[in-house]
Design a protein around this ligand. Structure first.
Ligand code: ATP
Ligand code: MN
Length: 479
């Protein structure tokens, strides 16, 4: 008989005369006459209780069945007498697949710290927390693709290795095949990249936006969903060196259309997770509330599901940068000099503390900030008529800060060119980007959504290193 997953088995209505399950032992307990195994196969949060009655199976059959071991069990699926679970398996056959030495297996049925689990990222999938997170991660990826597909978008793969470093989004990782001991040198004694694999210096991409724009100006609505790399030496709970980014780019969209798209998309995918991952969310919610027991009332966050429902069902607050500066200047932490960076005047770049004040203290909901000073934003953002601000929009989320950065793009060739000159962007290298403004340019807009930032928000986890299977950050690239 074909084995079923535990998820499939417990979703059924009826008892089954015969069922086969396979998985890993999460716990084992019992008495003289009977043993109970909590078996988990990752298909769902729930473990299935396997009952081994020693009048049916010998005690010998339990040999080696310790926490962490893998096994196949056959028997009848029965309604469970006591306990929380609906079903249990009355084993008639049990076969150990792989043992796990209890002296050496690092995961025991007790609470391990997230820091410890990060050190054993190869095994942490086997905990409830990380299997829940990774199931949600899968569902979120699916929901994002489904959303864009339903809206008529085309998914574009933009390059991971790129020769352009003009985006200026962050420090880049170099890609090279040159010898690190004795690289070929130019006459001036510099590394001669003409002899490198691509005949020029190349890096890992920090964003697929510029290439997505090229596609949008032909296909209309496109999005990328790929890995991005930033060699930022910031050891924060919100930055990774390797992360995934969703970047829609749409021809004929202005900034308002762009904000509507981002807000609708975020609400839609959050609702999808509420509808499809309820059990895992409830588990993570309980986990978070356990963790927060020691916190002061004002530091406690909103219950996870309540928070997600709130965001899915309420409009985001749309505020200009100029309005935000006024709010911040007059805020208590600014007047009492509680901010690390005091807001003195218009033009200041907003730090995470300011973003969080606006979202968590002032508006108490997601905020879309627009029309930033042109000096603190990238060259490709469309200049407003005031010639001081650009059509930028950042979406700020409670507990996270910036989750989306986007803009209406500068579609006017002359304006773009003069801005590139002002900001020292090499126009010869960027001829292909400028070409779109030379040939059939149209207004267009797009944004970048950090996938792991959204994961942080949805799972309620506190550290971005815990919402990606194998985090990459300074001094860490194990596994
Ligand atoms: P931040 O100010 O938080 O560093 P950014 O301004 O560098 O963000 P963008 O260049 O606009 O961010 O990138 C788009 C989105 O990618 C951000 O809104 C964020 O969600 C995400 N993001 C940026 N840097 C990282 C990182 N190092 N790790 C994970 N996500 C990131
Ligand atoms: Mn950054």
């Amino acid at each position: 008989m074909k084995a079923k997953t535990i998820k499939e088995l417990i979703a059924g209505e009826d008892e089954l005369a015969e069922a086969t399950v396979r998985g890993w032992v999460r716990n084992r307990r019992g008495s003289k006459n009977v043993a109970f195994i909590a078996l988990n196969d990752g298909s769902t949060l729930e473990s299935l209780q396997i009952v081994v009655d020693f009048s049916i199976l010998s005690e010998e059959s339990m040999k080696g069945i310790n926490v962490g071991a893998s096994l196949v069990a056959k028997g009848a699926l029965k309604f469970s007498q006591g306990g929380k679970q609906r079903f249990e398996l009355m084993a008639t056959e049990i076969q150990l697949l792989g043992s796990a030495d209890p002296e050496k297996y690092p995961l025991q049925p007790k609470k391990h710290s997230l820091e410890f689990l990060r050190e054993i990222a190869h095994l942490r999938f086997r905990t409830n927390t990380f299997s829940a997170i990774n199931r949600i991660r899968h569902n979120l990826i699916f929901a994002i693709h489904q959303y864009f597909n339903n809206q008529g978008f085309y998914n574009i793969h933009t390059p991971i290795i790129t020769a352009s470093d003009a985006e200026g989004a962050g420090e880049m990782f170099r890609v090279t095949t040159l010898s690190d001991i004795k690289p070929p040198l130019t006459e001036e004694g510099k590394v001669n990249y003409r002899e490198d694999f691509f005949g020029r210096p190349t890096n890992l991409t920090v964003s697929g936006q510029l290439e997505a724009e090229l596609a949008a100006l032909a296909l209309g609505k496109v999005y990328t969903f790929g890995p991005t790399f930033r060699a930022e030496n910031s050891n924060t709970t919100r930055h990774l060196a390797e992360f995934w980014m969703i970047e829609p780019e749409v021809a004929f969209y202005d900034l308002n259309d762009n904000m509507d798209l981002a807000e609708d998309m975020l609400k839609h995918v959050i609702q999808y997770i509420l509808d499809n991952c309820r059990e895992d969310l409830e588990f993570l919610s309980n986990r978070q509330q356990e963790e927060e027991k020691t916190k002061k009332a004002e530091e406690k966050s909103m219950e996870l599901i309540e928070k997600l429902l709130f965001v899915a069902n309420n409009d985001f607050e749309r505020v200009t940068y100029t309005q935000a500066i006024d709010i911040l200047k007059n805020s208590n932490p600014n007047k009492k000099k509680k901010f690390e960076y005091i807001i003195e005047e218009w033009g200041a770049d907003l730090q995470s503390e300011h973003e969080r004040y606006l979202v968590e203290k002032h508006f108490k909901k997601p905020v879309i900030l627009t029309d930033y000073p042109k000096g603190i934003k990238a060259f490709y953002m469309r200049v407003n008529d005031d010639d001081k601000t650009v059509r930028a929009m950042d979406i700020l989320f409670p507990g996270i800060g910036e989750i989306v950065g986007g803009s209406q793009r500068e579609e006017r060739y002359e304006v773009l060119l003069s801005k590139m000159k002002d900001m020292n962007i090499p126009e010869e290298e960027m001829y292909w980007y400028l070409d779109t403004r030379r040939f059939g340019t149209v207004p267009h807009s797009g944004f970048g959504l950090g996938f792991e930032r959204l994961m942080l928000f949805i799972t309620g986890m506190g550290n971005i290193r815990d919402v990606i299977p194998f985090p990459r950050f300074p001094k860490s690239a194990e596994f």
